[in-house]
Design a protein around this ligand. Structure first.
Ligand code: NIG
Ligand code: FE
Length: 420
C-alpha cells in the first residue's frame, strides 16, 4: 500500500454534519452539526479514514491506512473546520454581462418583458456563441476560483447559453476543463427558445432527437435541466423533454415555479428529479409531495432579491420535512453575484432559516441535490476529505455581506484556494 496520508491535527472544532447526514438533511437543528471539539482528521488517498477527538487518536492506526512513514502532519492551530461548501446551481459559463438590462429593470421593465423582446437569456446567448473556448475557459476559471476561495469544493455548472449543439457542447467542455473543485455538469438546452428555431416545439424536437442523445452518449453532462415557466417551456414540452432525458439515463433537475405557480415542480416530480430549483411559488400540496420524495428543494434567494420578488416558503418546506439546499444561481441576468455570504444572509433574514439550517443547506443538502451525498457534504469516514478552515468561529458565517471567514480550502486533503 502506498497511499498518501494527511493527518490534520489540533482542530479546535470540527463541524462534521454527521447528524445531518443521518437525517437525510431533513428538519435540521444545531445538534445535527455534530461538532467534535479538539479533533483530528486523517485521510488516505483523498478520503477520510479517521475523524474524532484528539485524545482517542492513536498513531499506531496510521499503519493500517498506508505508507505511514510518509504521512504528513498539518497543525490547524485550534481553528474550526467544516465540510467544503457545495454550490449546486450555477450558470457559470457565459460571456458578456447584462448590466444594461439591470438598469432597465430598475426603471420598471420586467424580466419577462425584456426576455420577450430578445434580451435576457438570448442576449447572453449571442455573446457566448461569439466567444472562443479559451476565452470562455478563462472567464469560467476565474469565477471558479472565486467560489473556491469562499470554501466551495464541489461546483455544479450548467450550459444553457448556447442553445445549439456546438455551443452547448463547447460550454460543457469548458466546465469539464475547470480545475479546482469537483465539477458536476448539467445540460440546460431547454433554457429558452433557440434563436435558430422560430418555433419552440421544433427546438424541443431537435433537442429530443439530436442533442440529448449525443449529450448522453458522449457523457458531456451527467444531468439535464429545464426552465419550466410561462413564456419559456410549458408542461407539455417539459414532459417530452424530461421523459427523453430519463430514458437516456440522465439525472433530472428543473427550474420550476420561479415566477408563477405554473405546475413545473409537480411535473418534474413525476421524473424523480435530484432537485427542483427556485420553488418560489410552490404550493402547500406540492410541498407535501416534495417532502415524501428524495428530491431536494434548491432555494436561490439572490435571484429573488435581484428580481425584487418574494422568497420561497423555506419554513413551510423545512417544517414539512423537505431537504433544502441553497445556492447563488450565479448568472448574468437574475443573479450576477457569487457571494455565498450574501446568499446565506438572505436565507437567514428573508427565509427565516437558522444558521444550522443554512450551513446544512450549503453542505449536505446541496451535495444531496447533486446526487453526491455519499461522497461530499459531511465529514465522515469514507467521504472525500474536502473541507474549509475558518479564521473565526463558525457563528461568523453568513453574517457579514462580502466577508468570508475562510482561511484555507482543501479538496482530497490538498489545498485548492489561492489567497492573495
Ligand atoms: O436561474 N430562470 C432561468 N434561468 C436563470 C436566469 C438566466 C438568465 O437570466 O440569464 C435563473 O434565474
Ligand atoms: Fe438558474
Amino acid at each position: 500500500m502506498h497511499k498518501r496520508i494527511f493527518v490534520f491535527e489540533n482542530i479546535g472544532e470540527i463541524l462534521t454534519l454527521n447528524g445531518a447526514q443521518l437525517k437525510g438533511g431533513r428538519r435540521i437543528n444545531e445538534a445535527d452539526l455534530s461538532i467534535i471539539n479538539n479533533g483530528v482528521m486523517a485521510c488516505a488517498d483523498g478520503r477520510i479514514v479517521w475523524i474524532g477527538s484528539q485524545d482517542k487518536f492513536n498513531l499506531k492506526d496510521l499503519q493500517s491506512w498506508g505508507d505511514h512513514k510518509k504521512a504528513q502532519f498539518i497543525d490547524l492551530k485550534g481553528k474550526s473546520v467544516l465540510p467544503g461548501f457545495v454550490e449546486c446551481h450555477t450558470h457559470l459559463v457565459f460571456a458578456g454581462n447584462r448590466s444594461h438590462e439591470f438598469e432597465w429593470r430598475m426603471q420598471g421593465q420586467t424580466y419577462q418583458e425584456i426576455a420577450a423582446k430578445g434580451g435576457g437569456i438570448l442576449s447572453t446567448v449571442k455573446d457566448t456563441r461569439k466567444a472562443s473556448f479559451s476565452d470562455l475557459l478563462n472567464l469560467a476559471q476565474k469565477r471558479t476560483q472565486r467560489f473556491v476561495d469562499q470554501g466551495v469544493t464541489c461546483l455544479e455548472v450548467k450550459s444553457g447559453y448556447g442553445l445549439d449543439l456546438n455551443t452547448e457542447i463547447k460550454c460543457l467542455q469548458v466546465a469539464g476543463a475547470l480545475s479546482g473543485p469537483r465539477i458536476v455538469r448539467t445540460y440546460l438546452g431547454a433554457h429558452a427558445r433557440s434563436p435558430d428555431y422560430p418555433d419552440l416545439k421544433e427546438y424541443n424536437r431537435v433537442m429530443l432527437n439530436e442533442i440529448l442523445p449525443q449529450i448522453a452518449a458522449e457523457k458531456y453532462a451527467e444531468r439535464v435541466d429545464i426552465y419550466i415557466e410561462k413564456g419559456f417551456f410549458d408542461l407539455e414540452l417539459a414532459r417530452e423533454y424530461l421523459q427523453k432525458a430519463s430514458q437516456l439515463g440522465l439525472h433530472i433537475v428543473a427550474h420550476s415555479d420561479q415566477l408563477s405557480d405554473f405546475g413545473g415542480t409537480d411535473l418534474a416530480l413525476e421524473f424523480s428529479p435530484q432537485s427542483v430549483d427556485h420553488a418560489v411559488y410552490v404550493n402547500d400540496r406540492t410541498i407535501q409531495r416534495l417532502s415524501q420524495s428524495g428530491t431536494v428543494g434548491v432555494l436561490l434567494p439572490a435571484s429573488d432579491f435581484y428580481l425584487k420578488m418574494r422568497y420561497p416558503p423555506a419554513r413551510a418546506m423545512i417544517e414539512a420535512g423537505v431537504c433544502v439546499a441553497i445556492s447563488t444561481d450565479f448568472n448574468p441576468g437574475t443573479s450576477p453575484t457569487q457571494d455565498l455570504s450574501f446568499v446565506g444572509l438572505l436565507a437567514r433574514m428573508e427565509m427565516k432559516m437558522t444558521l444550522a439550517e443554512v450551513i446544512c443547506a450549503y453542505t449536505f443538502g446541496a451535495a444531496k441535490a447533486l446526487g453526491k451525498s455519499q461522497d461530499c457534504g459531511s465529514l465522515d469516514v469514507g467521504k472525500y476529505c474536502d473541507f474549509s478552515v475558518l479564521n473565526g468561529s463558525w457563528q461568523e458565517l453568513f453574517y457579514s455581506v462580502g466577508h468570508h471567514p475562510v482561511e484555507a480550502v482543501y479538496r482530497s486533503g490538498e489545498r485548492i484556494d489561492v489567497k492573495e
